[in-house]
Design a protein around this ligand. Structure first.
Ligand code: JFZ
Length: 422
């Protein structure tokens, strides 16, 4: 992330000085890791329109191919995700060690993946599927103990005549954007916060032309309906509960504020049949550790198919991350950033009385020299071995030296715990 972007996050964060201490965010601060799901009609064309592969992210196909509303609407007739299984999706997030799940209730294409009374352009009214997957996910999240969050595109709506973004069907200068917010967005946000039980957060996106007043009214509406429901940074006008980093961009340094990075496992959010550029499990685990070491949250995306199936490469990688977290979760969940910065081979997280070293590259011979530790260290052990298996530890200036096993205990990230004076 460039210095200016980071500066933007810091500046925005300063304005939320009060929200930062707000206990409403405690669950989310501790969670560190969430599942993002981009699912909608765009999964039907899956990146290809009239025989042409359309470049860019899959959920933008309507925009990138300038598909007329009347044509794009026809996709609803083909959308019948018979293999959708809410229990399976939520269980995948559980097995990955993810604590919240955020799914597209409405993306920029305007198609509503929930049963809405203010439009027929929704999954219950416009498809032969006829079920409300948000209802089913709400029940499963409740059952399996995961926080359900809704992505909702508040500004861009390429289907609604008043929504932002579609200039091929509609004349931008004639749009009634205010009417769209008042009579469409607000009632829908009300539906999402009334019909699906407790919602962890509404994840707004691409604020663009939304005014301060409109952002403010949406935030107030969310809090009026569910005081505990969070609002992400992309509500616009610096009114969110926390900062959103740019997609797939992890800041270089500590941000020092509440922040989250939305990220893809391949190179698209919505399903594309020919995007096979999957990140490795090692890369994903190290990204999670890197983000946690800088005080952020990792919102990692899957893009299910039009049949309701999460692509196999994602289904393989997520539980592999969960397996690592099963052993090392203590060094991630509920932690704050540790003191180390700028080391290639190591990251750090902390909690009172504990400092966690996440070693990516285990040194030859097993002697770890970790510079920049001011805290008094009372002992060391490998998290995978438990506190009784102590490792010899000594100090040279500001460096702590730990004698570990000769070869890496974990090829991806070995966690060494330093016991510090709380
Ligand atoms: C937005 C959406 O347009 C996209 O389809 C997807 O839902 C993603 C999660 O969010 O795209 C963005 C928004 C902000 C940035 C980049 C892509 N950004 O700030 O860099």
């Amino acid at each position: 992330m460039a210095a200016t972007e980071e500066g933007a996050i810091r500046a925005e964060a300063r304005q939320r000085e009060d929200a930062r201490r707000d206990p409403r965010l405690d669950w989310w601060r501790d969670a560190k890791f969430g599942l993002f799901i981009h699912w909608g009609l765009y999964a039907v064309p899956a990146g290809t329109w009239k025989g042409q592969q359309i470049p860019g992210i899959g959920e933008w196909i309507m925009y990138r191919a300038r598909i007329p509303v009347r044509e794009y609407e026809q996709l609803a007739k083909q959308f019948n995700p018979m293999n959708f299984d809410a229990a399976e999706w939520v269980s995948l997030a559980k097995r990955a060690g993810q604590k919240y799940l955020c799914i597209t209730a409405k993306h920029h294409d305007g198609f509503c993946m929930f049963d809405s009374k203010v439009t027929d352009y929704d999954i219950v009214d416009a498809t032969s599927f006829g079920r409300d997957p948000m209802k089913e996910l709400a029940a499963e999240c409740q059952h399996q103990g995961i926080k359900l969050c809704f992505y909702y595109s508040q500004t861009q709506d390429w289907h609604h005549p008043g929504g932002d973004g579609n200039n091929w069907d509609y004349d931008e200068s004639k749009k009634d954007f205010d009417g769209y917010i008042e009579h469409y967005v607000k009632p829908q946000v009300r539906e999402l916060l009334t019909n699906y039980g407790l919602i962890g957060m509404i994840w707004f996106d691409t604020p663009r032309r939304i005014t301060y007043q409109q952002s403010k009214e949406l935030v107030d509406l969310v809090h009026e309906l569910q005081p505990g429901c969070l609002v992400n940074g992309r509500i616009g006008n610096a009114l969110g509960d926390y900062a959103e980093a740019r997609d797939n961009r992890i800041p270089d340094a500590l941000v020092g504020e509440d922040w989250e990075v939305p990220a893809t496992i391949n190179d698209t959010w919505g399903f594309k049949s020919y995007d096979h550029n999957w990140k490795s499990t090692e890369d994903l685990i190290r990204k999670l550790v890197d983000i946690a070491s800088k005080g952020g949250n990792y919102l990692l995306n899957v893009g299910p198919t039009a049949e309701g199936v999460i692509p196999q490469p994602s289904v393989e990688r997520l539980p592999a991350m969960g397996a690592w977290l099963e052993t090392n979760g203590e060094a991630v969940y509920g932690t704050r950033p540790g003191p180390l910065l700028g080391l290639e081979w190591c990251r750090s997280t902390a909690r009172p009385g504990r400092l966690y070293l996440h070693v990516f590259d285990w040194p030859q011979g097993g002697e770890l020299r970790v510079p920049g530790i001011q805290e008094d260290v009372a002992g060391a052990y490998l998290l995978s071995d438990g506190a009784d298996a102590t490792l010899p530890v000594s100090r040279e200036g500001d460096a702590v030296i730990v004698k570990g096993p000769a070869s890496a205990p974990d090829p991806i990230a070995s966690v060494v715990v330093l016991r510090t004076e709380a």
